[in-house]
Design a protein around this ligand. Structure first.
Ligand SMILES: [Zn+2]
Length: 110
């Protein structure tokens, strides 16, 4: 797939897709490192780029009920994490509109 990804991040430290190296997020945009994904460690990001969002679905997590959608790398289609559309618990509202990237799916681009 020679499809070009059109967003390039400009930062001293960038996380990319482990599979194809497309830029996904700035290190500076990490909100929290204390998350668990399907593959282990996961990070909460303020924003990510070059991803495709899937259908929204409800998921019960250890921290309560959430409306989430999976996100995949736009270049290679690999699933890299998910986005929180809505949190039903008041204490989890800060996650709304934020993104989880699985550490296992990331590589350091720089
Ligand atoms: Zn990729």
């Amino acid at each position: 797939m020679g499809l070009a990804y059109n967003t390039y991040l400009n930062s001293s430290k960038i996380y990319g897709c482990k599979n194809c190296k497309a830029h996904l997020a700035n290190h500076d945009d990490i909100i929290s490192r204390n998350f668990r994904g399907q593959h282990g460690k996961a990070y909460l990001f303020n924003m990510v780029v070059n991803v495709v969002e899937g259908e929204a679905c409800e998921r019960n997590m250890t921290t309560g009920r959430h409306l989430v959608r999976d996100i995949a790398c736009r270049q290679c289609g690999e699933n890299v994490g998910w986005k929180y559309d809505k949190a039903f618990e008041q204490s989890e509202k800060y996650k709304e509109g934020k993104f989880i990237l699985e550490a296992e799916m990331l590589c350091n681009v720089l």
